[in-house]
Design a protein around this ligand. Sequence first.
Ligand code: PLP
Length: 344
Amino acid sequence: MKTPRKPLPADLKFGTVFSEHMVCARFDVDSDWSQADLSAYQKLSLDPAASVLHYGQAIFEGLKAFRHPDGSVHLFRPDRNATRLNASARRLSMPEVPVEVQLEAMRLLADRDRDWVPPAPGTLYIRPAMIATEEALGVQSSRRYLYFVITGPSGPYFRTGRSTIRIMVARDWVRAAPGGTGAAKTGGNYAASLLATAVAREKGCQQVMWLDAVERRHVEEVGAMNLMFVLDGVVTTAPTSGTILAGITRESIGVLCRELRLPFVERYIHIEEVLNGLESGDCTEIFGCGTAAVVSAVGELLDGDKLYRVSDGNEGPVARLLRETLTGIQFGNVPDTHGWLRPV
Ligand code: PLP
C-alpha cells in the first residue's frame, strides 16, 4: 500500500527535502548497464577507495516535473538532459547511459513519487547523477559506475526577499578554460566556484559572473545559470563554445525569443560593453536562466567596489515576458507547441 507523503514544510527551500524513492543502475565494463531499479530512498555504500572520492569522476543533471491544473504531471525536456548527461559522460571518460534508460528511470521515479509534486508554483526537482565506484587508486577511468536518480519538491532557488538578484563580477578567479570541462555538468566545476561564491555572498551577492579564462573580458555565465543581456534592444547571450554549460532553459528561451519576435543573438560579450551599457542606458536588462532559477532578473551588478544598477533595479519587460511564457508552458497554462513536455 502506498504511504501518504509527509506534509511539506511551509517554507520549502531548494534541494533540502527528498522524496521516498530512488532509481539505481550499475555499470561494469564486463557486463554493461544493469537494469534500472526503483527502491526506497537510501544511503549509498561506497568503498573508501572508490575512485569518485579521489579523482572526481562524477556528473549530474537537473530538471523538473510540473503539476498541471488538471492534476497531471509532466517533465520538461528530459530528453535534452539525457543527451547532455551523455555529453558530460564522454568528457569525463565515463560510459554513456542509453537515453531510453534515463527517460524511463526519470519517468518511473516521478510516477512513483507523483504525490510529491507540489501544486504550482512548486515543482519536483529531479537529480540524475553518475559516479565512479571502482575501488582503485590508480589515476585512470573507473571500470565500474553507479547511475542514480533522486527527486525532491522544491521552492524558489533564490531567497532574497526581492524579485531580483545581485551578482558579482569575478575578477580574481576563473571557472573554466578552453579545452577544460566547463561544458560538462561535473562536480569539479562547482567545487572550483565555491570560494568566489562565498566571497560574493559576503558582499551581499547571490551569484558570481564568470569571465573567460584567457582574456578575462568576455562574459560567460553565472554560478548555476546562463546569462542574457538586453543590449540595444537585442537579447544577447554568450555562445556555447566549450567553456559554459549549454543550458536547456537558454536553448528554450532562444526558441521563445524567435517566436515572440524578440531579436536574439549569441555572440561574445565584452564586460566593458555591459558596464558602459548600464551607465549609458544601452543595457536595459540582465537576467539569468536555468532549471532551478527559471528566469531570474539581475537588479544589481557589483564589480570591485562599484555597484551598477540595471535600469530601475526591478525585473524588466523582456525577462517578465520570457519568464511568464516559459513557466506558462511548463505549468500547462500556455500551449506546448514544441512537444517540450513529457507526461509521466
Ligand atoms: N550554467 C550552469 C553552470 C548551471 O549549473 C546551470 C544549471 O543547470 C545552467 C547554466 C542552466 O542550465 P539548464 O537551463 O539546463 O538548467
